[in-house]
Design a protein around this ligand. Structure first.
Ligand SMILES: [Ca+2]
Length: 498
């Protein structure tokens, strides 16, 4: 009986706590996810010419995060990690296009159980088994950049139905905001298709030109490269416009004081040596947070934050206990106190993404250590970037013996097994210090930290390698490409049968 009384007392406590928090005190949360936007391709991070006025507005009215990192630079895997608050290898969705399995817990249903209305609009990319975690989903057509398998894939033809602004993936964002019930807190997952490839000319009245383009030192400077980069900027500007619409929608509904708007990307720029890599150009994300009267305007957070910390923070803000199965550490304390450290290291992974690969990285404030398990394979960019003008220009220059040394990394074999970079003096990670005498202590420290993390999270190397779905030179499809892509469990079964 005493035990029952205790249970009763505990349940009263829980109810009292949630009532105390109250629907009006728990913030609405809007998570905006760009598709393939590099961390520094916006004005607040120092880009001189790209037009992103609404990201500037987010930084001016809220907080800019300078050391926010994704756990993987690969679209669906990054989203699966984000939504489960777990490292990719613990989601069973670590390879591109592996659907997130039904048994995975996401922060979304925990918010829903706590009384939040939950909706997603735009790019989905998480498979069919976790769609029920949201009350409503407005899913956009992604066939514009998904080459089909079989003969249709061989012909290299896309079958896109979206036209005009719908190609941005953002056209239903305001629909979702306007559909929210007015008597409940809400969570919105607003995911863009911009600035993912392929690119169209003429999407802006005033497009970016070749002179607006700023190139990293590891890509060749040719007219084709500048044109391709300018078209990517155009899509970043289109995305920025929809970010502004959401900010205005929140203001117009009079809920700015009770709504956290957070902006991130899912992976780096879709160019060689950026997207899919473990360099900062692959895993570092732009991140802005706006919450009127809670987050100080023009604030800057220089502490390390991982994408798995975001959902953990949303749960804390909603008064929901974080399940022990989640790996993230709540980022919520940073919103009021940006100098409060929540972690000393961020970890990231590279898995199969169009092409096979397997690497791990640990990022501290000053250093990056990368371990390449498959250093016998080249660091081929994603297939759409292989087909793109930058990689093709690299190949042509390489064949002619004219590709600069620092631009050859995607073609070099074997790759170093270990890489170490000092990021203050070498932000593009071009000078590998792994064999430098002066850095052996730093190397050992980061190697040990990575190894401890791998052991603690049961991170092992797969028994078998996964076949490439595209040619590494042309980006054309191989017979290994099957759509929809089988899940990890289905692929394991096939291997066992054989
Ligand atoms: Ca992406």
């Amino acid at each position: 009986m005493q035990f029952l009384n205790l249970i009763f007392a505990l349940s009263v406590c829980t109810v009292t706590f949630s009532l105390h928090l109250g629907a009006n005190e728990r913030p609405n949360i809007i998570l905006i996810i760009a598709d393939d936007l590099a961390w520094d391709d916006s004005v607040p991070y120092g880009h001189p010419t790209i037009r992103t006025p609404n990201l500037t507005r987010m930084a001016a009215t809220g907080m800019r995060f300078d050391r926010a990192f994704l756990t993987i630079s690969s679209c669906s895997a990054s989203r699966s990690s984000l939504i489960t608050c777990k490292y990719p290898h613990r989601t069973d969705a670590e390879q591109l296009h592996w659907p997130l399995p039904e048994n995975q817990v996401t922060f979304v249903e925990l918010l829903k159980d706590a009384g939040y209305w939950t909706a997603a609009a735009g790019k989905w990319h998480l498979g069919n088994q976790v769609k029920n975690r949201f009350d409503r989903i407005w899913e956009v057509d992604t066939s514009g950049f998904q080459l089909p398998s079989g003969r249709a894939g061989e012909s290299g033809e896309f079958k896109e139905t979206a036209i005009g602004d719908a190609k941005s993936g953002c056209a239903d964002w305001l629909t979702a905001l306007n559909a929210r019930p007015k008597d409940q807190p809400f969570f919105l997952w607003l995911a863009a298709l911009d600035p993912h490839r392929p690119y169209d000319e003429g999407i802006l009245e005033k497009p970016h030109g070749a002179n607006d383009v700023r190139l990293p030192p590891y890509v060749p400077d040719t007219p084709e490269v500048r044109k391709d980069m300018a078209l990517y900027y155009d899509e970043a500007t289109r995305l920025d416009r929809f970010v502004g619409d959401v900010m205005e929608g929140v203001r117009d509904q009079g809920i700015a004081q009770n709504t956290l708007i957070l902006f991130i990307s899912d992976n780096g720029r879709p160019f060689p040596r950026d997207k899919t890599t473990l360099y900062d150009s692959g895993i570092r994300t732009p991140m802005f947070a706006v919450w009127k009267d809670t987050i100080a305007p023009q604030s800057v957070c220089k502490e390390l934050v991982s994408s798995i910390d975001l959902g953990a923070g949303f749960l804390e803000l909603a008064g929901v206990k974080q399940p022990s199965s989640m790996d993230g550490k709540s980022f919520a304390p940073l919103l009021k106190n940006p100098g409060k450290s929540i972690r000393n290291y961020c970890f990231a992974e590279k898995h199969w993404h169009d092409y096979e690969d397997h690497s791990r990285a640990v990022r501290s404030h000053r250093y990056k250590y990368i371990l390449n398990d498959y250093n016998d394979l080249p660091m081929t960019p994603p297939a759409d970037a292989v087909r793109g003008p930058v990689f093709q220009a690299m190949l042509k220059l390489h064949q002619a013996g004219k590709l600069k040394a620092q631009q050859q990394q995607c073609l070099t074999l074997p790759r170093p097994r270990e890489e170490l970079y000092e990021l203050v003096s070498d932000p593009h990670e071009l000078n590998n210090l792994a064999h430098h005498d002066a850095y052996q202590t730093v190397l050992k420290k980061h190697r040990d930290i990575l190894q401890s993390w791998r052991l603690a999270t049961n991170d092992t190397i797969p028994a078998m390698r996964t076949p490439d779905e595209f040619d590494r030179q042309t980006g054309g499809v191989t017979p290994a490409r099957i759509r929809p892509r089988p899940s990890k469990a289905q692929m394991k079964k096939t291997v066992l049968k054989e």
